[in-house]
Design a protein around this ligand. Structure first.
Ligand code: 13P
Length: 249
């Protein structure tokens, strides 16, 4: 049985003080993590104080990115082992903004997934889906090839630690969420691809989230879908009351 996840991705928003205030406002109103996990991804500088504020609560704090090396001359990057040692156990990798604005490709994301797992982190690997490719009828190939490349050469035992976030880039930040039936189709396709790579049992255990203009009006229909195990919300995660409404939908 896959336990659902409601996750927020703040992107490059909030000061450290605002981040800690937010955690203090929500931490006593979250579901038991055995019923549903709550994850909040925040800018690197806010992570350690957020972890401290969240101590003793079910809230899990996630990084929005990390590098694929543990240490060395990589100015400006964050090491996965440093994250783990600071009790940050989740990391978003391959977000479509990282791919589009910072030129990250599938090969680099695959290296990051390997490094994150080796450090003990649980990666949330984002898989986008562009409108152009949907219209061109190439959606299937696009989504499948991305999953094949991002999860390349992982050990079967590690795949279950990975969460996938299916995020059509045209639905991100636009207020235009994907129709739940289409979102389910994308998530189903991802699960089938993982089943082809690692077998049905492992594919059945991998959590797959939908992201892209998730809000309090569409979360219930999205999460009712068989292959959608949760959501990754951007804009709707920035306000504590709205985020709590998503979490306790
Ligand atoms: P929005 O919810 O603002 O569309 O952002 C989605 C997203 O990119 C989450 O990672």
């Amino acid at each position: 049985m896959r336990s659902p996840i409601v996750a927020g991705n703040w992107k490059m928003n909030k000061t450290v003080e605002e981040a800690v205030d937010f955690v203090n406002q929500i931490k006593d109103h979250l579901p038991d993590p055995s019923v549903q996990e709550t994850v909040l991804a925040a800018p690197t500088i806010a992570l350690v104080p957020m972890v401290k504020a969240a101590q003793g609560s079910p809230l899990k704090i996630a990084a929005e990115n990390c590098y694929y090396k543990d240490a060395g001359a990589y100015t400006g990057e964050t090491s996965p082992t440093t994250l783990y040692s600071a009790n940050i156990h989740h990391v978003i990798l391959g977000h479509s903004e990282r791919r589009r604005l910072f030129n990250e490709n599938d090969q680099m994301i695959n290296l990051k997934v390997h490094a994150a797992l080796a450090a003990g982190l649980c990666p949330i690997v984002c898989c986008d889906d562009t409108m152009g490719r949907r219209v061109a009828g190439k959606k299937v190939h696009w989504v499948v090839s991305r999953i094949l490349a991002d999860l390349h050469d992982l050990k079967a035992a590690d795949v279950e630690k990975v969460t996938i976030a299916y995020e059509p880039s045209w639905a991100i930040g636009t207020g235009e969420s994907m129709d739940p039936a289409q979102a389910e189709e994308g998530c189903y396709l991802i699960r089938q691809t993982i089943a082809d790579m690692y077998g049905d049992e492992i594919a059945d255990n991998v959590r797959i989230l939908y992201g892209g203009s998730v809000n309090t009006s569409n979360i219930n229909r999205l999460m009712a879908s068989e292959d959608i195990d949760g959501v990754l919300a951007g804009g709707a995660s920035l306000d504590p009351d709205t985020f709590l409404n998503l979490v306790n939908h």
